[in-house]
Design a protein around this ligand. Structure first.
Ligand code: ADP
Ligand code: MG
Length: 444
């Protein structure tokens, strides 16, 4: 099947051809006809499978084929959880706007508000935005959404995790009319909050899931190493970097401070690394991303601010220096490699503090994850014992009490409903219940 078989407007086909996109990916094949038909859509497919064009193309096609509801209001609005992702989606939108008379603008936090007001006064037909800043502009009346035809939520679940539900509702209410179409996309949409917001914002959406979110990604090789402490992690990291022929690497740490600390360590070792975290100002963030994209730096050390959506061609390796707090971020982090059919490697370092998170990831992926070792760097840590050894019938089994039973710890299914972290109990420490409104720490 070719793009032309999807019935897309010739001008869009020409742009696709210009960028040498020939055949639609599976999600594009399935989502584009449904979206062109005007149906609401709740779509998921693995990382790197081309979801962006799956919403950009039908949004533009519909605008080319129909008269605008309003002369001034935007026809399409795409929301994304981070500034970097919004910028990337905007780039892809601009590429598909080639040769068309439509204007588009990017509205993200951290940039000058008044400049954005001016850009909005030129009545762009398409907007890509982060939800916080867009909601600010609605309040300020810099734009109206009464004529909005297509609303897209890219990485919808992450926007909810970051506490953007109120902003999403405000945006939804400003664009509430019968003919609006709402498209939601992510690699992980199996999230109760997503269903709630979808029920509010969508009208009998069609669900499309190409594969399931926790299915093994065929193009990504995963490895796990047990680590005793920070120095041990650093030694393993160094060895992994030495032994792998990476082109570019993204290393994820738990906190912003860790990005700085680890970057300094790598630079001491003459490894060209740069740190990106949400507390930098927007100019710094832009410069860092641009330097990494141009491979001025081969290693990016970051937090979950970069776990979603970013598509950087040469990222051959992803390293979880610390395991993620939110289980599904594992899927998104490792999905920064192995994109569009390329191969990638993902390495995760699992110390005592990461153990609970590791077990949750293991349960989420429905896989028994094995550990690798490196000669001379074998550690002592073998995993934590579950708090209460539980036998298969659910009764406490004290026979195991003195053994390291971590590998055989019973897996409780991760229940995917509100505050789902509360339902998982593997390992020694207490789980921190997921906050309803998370601090908008690393994002807009
Ligand atoms: P996702 O949102 O599913 O993670 P993206 O939309 O970022 O994936 O696309 C991943 C990569 O695949 C991008 O570099 C994009 O340009 C490329 N891509 C998208 N569609 C196609 C296609 N039909 N053929 C080849 N490459 C594509
Ligand atoms: Mg994407």
């Amino acid at each position: 099947m070719q793009f032309k078989d999807l019935g897309l407007d010739n001008r869009l086909l020409k742009n696709l051809n210009h960028y040498a996109f020939k055949k639609p990916t599976d999600i594009q094949k399935q989502a584009i006809p449904v979206a062109i038909a005007g149906k609401d859509l709740l779509a998921s497919s693995k990382t790197g499978s081309g979801k962006t064009l799956a919403f950009v193309l039908p949004m533009l096609h519909k605008s080319l084929k129909s008269k605008a509801f309003s002369a001034k209001d935007p026809r399409g609005l795409i929301l994304a959880p981070t500034r970097e992702l919004a910028k990337q989606v905007y780039g892809e939108l601009r590429a598909m706007l080639g040769g068309l008379t439509y204007d588009a603008t990017l509205i993200v936090g951290g940039e000058n508000f008044n400049d954005q007001v001016k850009a909005l006064r030129r009545y762009p037909k398409f907007i890509v935005a982060t939800p916080g800043r867009l909601a600010d502009h609605l309040e300020h009346k810099s734009l109206f959404l009464d004529g909005l035809e297509t609303l897209v939520l890219d990485e919808a679940d992450r926007m909810l995790d970051l506490g953007f539900a109120p902003e999403l509702r405000r945006i939804n209410n400003a664009a509430k009319h019968r003919r609006r179409q709402t498209l939601m996309f992510s690699a992980t949409l199996d999230h109760a909050e997503v269903n709630d917001i979808a029920a509010e914002m969508q009208d009998s959406p069609k669900r499309i899931a190409v594969g399931i979110s926790n299915q093994e990604h065929q193009d990504i090789t995963q490895k796990f190493y047990l680590c005793d402490h920070l120095d041990h992690k650093e030694a393993i990291l160094e060895r992994v970097l030495e032994e792998s022929e990476y082109r570019q690497v993204i290393i994820f740490t738990a906190t912003r401070d860790d990005t700085e600390r680890l970057t300094a360590k790598l630079n001491e070792k003459k490894l060209k690394a740069i740190a990106l975290s949400g507390n930098l100002n927007q100019t710094q963030r832009n410069t860092i991303m641009s330097q990494f994209e141009r491979a001025v730096f081969k290693i990016l050390v970051t937090t979950d601010v970069a776990s979603r959506g970013l598509d950087i061609a040469n990222v051959t390796h992803v390293i979880n220096f610390d395991m993620p707090k939110h289980t599904e971020e594992y899927v998104h982090r490792v999905g920064r490699t192995g994109r569009a059919g390329n191969k990638g490697d993902a390495v995760s370092l699992v110390g005592p503090k990461d153990w609970d998170s590791f077990k949750r990831v293991e349960a989420y992926l429905h896989q028994d994850l094995a550990f690798s070792t490196l000669e001379g760097l074998e550690g002592k840590f073998k995993g934590l014992r579950p708090k209460k050894p539980v036998s298969r019938n659910g009764k406490v089994d004290y026979r195991n009490k003195n053994k390291q039973t971590a590998k055989k710890a019973p897996k409780k299914p991760v229940k995917r409903d509100k505050g789902f972290y509360q339902n998982v109990a593997v390992g020694d420490s207490v789980f921190i219940p997921k906050k309803k409104v998370a601090p908008k720490s690393d994002d807009e």
